[in-house]
Design a protein around this ligand. Structure first.
Ligand code: AKB
Length: 343
């Protein structure tokens, strides 16, 4: 008998940590975790198996299909916006080719299993591209279909993969004589910048938020690479995990679209600094603008409209700004670094 599992790619990343810990603690499914880097030891207890491997390795994915009954795929693996700019073609290969491999795996599994495999895909505010700061401010909350002109390779990859998800779930092999009956059930969330107490992101452009906080907690000076007035939406990691679980569990009939914005709060860099300074008064935060990274963040919206997610699958953040910092981030980070002997 093949074991029923949930496949999580990019398991070692920020979202992977939060998701595996949550699903594992609930014991609601067996987890097949996959990443290019060795598994973080703290996640091992929650996983049925960890696969050290590459999403570009089609043979490996084929073997997983033979061994497991995969009911849900959380495809989290991706190269983030800043890192992708240093090698756009490699980023394209991983972010797009890797996603196609997983989508195809999802379709094949759906056919074998006679029912749609759920394909949960985290997209990003990086799919948006506002032309200038004046427009960014005047537009305020933007809807899923507005301003989708990304200026980064990562943003281009994400918007394209959203379309691929739609294609593979609705139109795949549409001209075949015998069109396929079971295909994937694609569900996508566009996340804002995420802030976790347990992990620090690598290679993103919204990283100044979490980096400021984690550096202060570790007693390391931080040079912020964007202006003080820079404003984009953020979300605390528990809410990101909540959103993923809500979209996974919601009945398909409730969905009026395949791609949904979610958000929680939209602080300026200076507002983040204020929270950090109250918690860690001795911290040193300075500003040294990296103009190209600034331009990327300036092209992202100040806020997004997440009303369709609220209406269709009951989305609502538990952590707005105050609660994120005072009830989750700061206490959890303090405890974490005190334990690690950094305080
Ligand atoms: C990044 O900065 O690239 C990511 C994102 C906003 O998707 N955190």
């Amino acid at each position: 008998m093949r074991k029923e599992v949930i496949l999580i790619t990019g398991a070692n990343g920020e979202i992977g940590h939060g998701l595996i810990t949550q699903i594992g603690a609930e014991k609601r499914a067996r987890i097949l975790a996959m990443d290019l880097k060795p598994m973080d030891e703290c996640l091992e207890v929650y996983c049925e198996r960890f696969i050290l491997g590459d999403i570009l390795d089609k043979m490996l994915l084929g073997r997983l299909m033979a061994e497991y009954e995969i009911t849900t795929i959380y495809h989290l693996a991706s190269i983030l916006s800043t890192k992708a700019e240093y090698n756009p073609e490699t980023a394209h290969e991983i972010n797009v080719e890797g996603t196609i491999n997983l989508l195809r795996l999802g379709v094949e599994l759906s056919q074998w299993q006679g029912k749609p495999v759920k394909f949960i895909y985290p997209s990003s505010i990086a799919v948006y591209g506002l032309p200038d700061l004046k427009t960014k401010v005047s537009e305020g909350k933007i809807k899923e279909y507005q301003w989708c002109n990304p200026i980064t390779m990562y943003g281009c990859n994400k918007i394209y993969c959203e379309h691929l998800g739609r294609y593979y779930s609705r139109y795949y092999r549409q001209l075949a004589k015998d069109p396929i009956k079971n295909t994937i059930d694609f569900r996508c969330i566009r996340f804002p910048g995420l802030i976790s107490a347990d992990t620090t992101p690598t290679g993103g452009t919204s990283d100044y938020g979490p980096e400021m906080l984690h550096s202060a907690a570790k007693g390391i000076p931080y040079e912020c690479f964007v202006r003080k007035d820079t404003r984009i939406p953020f979300m605390a990691m528990p809410d990101a995990i909540k959103a993923l679980q809500l979209i996974e569990k919601a009945p398909k009939e409730n969905f009026s679209q395949l791609v949904y914005n979610v958000t929680s709060f939209s602080p300026s860099a200076e507002e983040i600094e204020k929270y950090v300074k109250v918690a860690f008064p001795k911290c040193e935060i300075t500003y040294e603008i990296h103009h190209s990274r600034q331009a990327i963040v300036d092209s992202w919206p100040e806020d997004v409209d997440d009303s369709p997610a609220r209406k269709d699958w009951g989305w609502k953040p538990d952590y707005k700004m105050n609660r994120s910092f005072n009830k989750y981030l700061i206490p959890a980070i303090r405890a974490r670094y005190a334990q690690a002997g950094c305080n």
